[in-house]
Write a protein that binds this ligand. Sequence first.
Ligand code: ZN
Length: 319
Amino acid sequence: MIYLGIDIGGTSIKCGFVNEAGSILKRFALPIFPHEHQEDTIKRLSVAVKEGIQSFSFGPIQGIGIGCPGTIDSFCGVCTYSNNLKWSNLPICELMNQETGLSCKMANDANAQMLGEARFGIAKNYSNLVLLTLGTGVGGGLYLNHHLYEGNEGKGAELGHMVIKAHGRACTCGRRGCLEAYCSATALIRDTKQAMNKTPGSVMWKYVKDHSGKVDGMAAFECAKMGDKAAQKVIDSYIGYLGEGILNFINIFRPDAIVFSGGLSAQKEALLTPLRKYLEKWKYGFGGANAPKAELLVSNLGNDAGIIGAASLAMPEAD
Ligand SMILES: [Zn+2]
């Protein structure tokens, strides 16, 4: 069985034909033009999809799955609103179905990724999972009792907007103190810049100079590894906030594992080891010594997580 996975990003749309084992057999991509009318982008996508299907020789396509950033009504296949793409009320699945005749399912990109990791990635042997994408924002996905949990209108699970500090920093969502305001790469970069301005002697200045001159989400992590105290302080604070958020998720969902993806997850053990220590300090949440320990994992589907995750949406549910 072959499915088409479509991963809509900020600047391009990546597509891949994926088999039932989660392998990408053939791929194609198209750019997103910032000022193109939203329906025209989907029209262009459907033409590319039709051409892709015609030239694909490995067998018939069973269905299309799409991962899209923003607030997605996954029941109706509508992109309700995407801040990045400036799309609103765009019935993507209906338009794709009209053009291709294939059934089409769509979900928020983090939810699609959650399903991909649970079925084909690092978390495939677990039944209860929380996914956090640590990138420009903090995205979230939930896989509960072997099923993707999407909530009302399929618009869950915005885990990044759990408040971890009442009346704290302003968040992009309008509230204050959200996990995203402390644990996104954007927040880490802001904290790194502040620490650099307070400590002119920090190794971070040299690191940034040697790495394109721009402060990124890696700077504090890398300089902490070199023993820079100011960088270590930034990381300790970052881990503290992320640890609090994770303890909340552990208490609520009792997941078998937490999966990290997105830019900052590239730090792997430099992220996971101090986080584990933080969770151990609090005995992995409510229940003390008897609380089950959630494992911490980093996504292993890499750049293909979006395509494989999207294709997973179109596959029949495994029980
Ligand atoms: Zn928020």
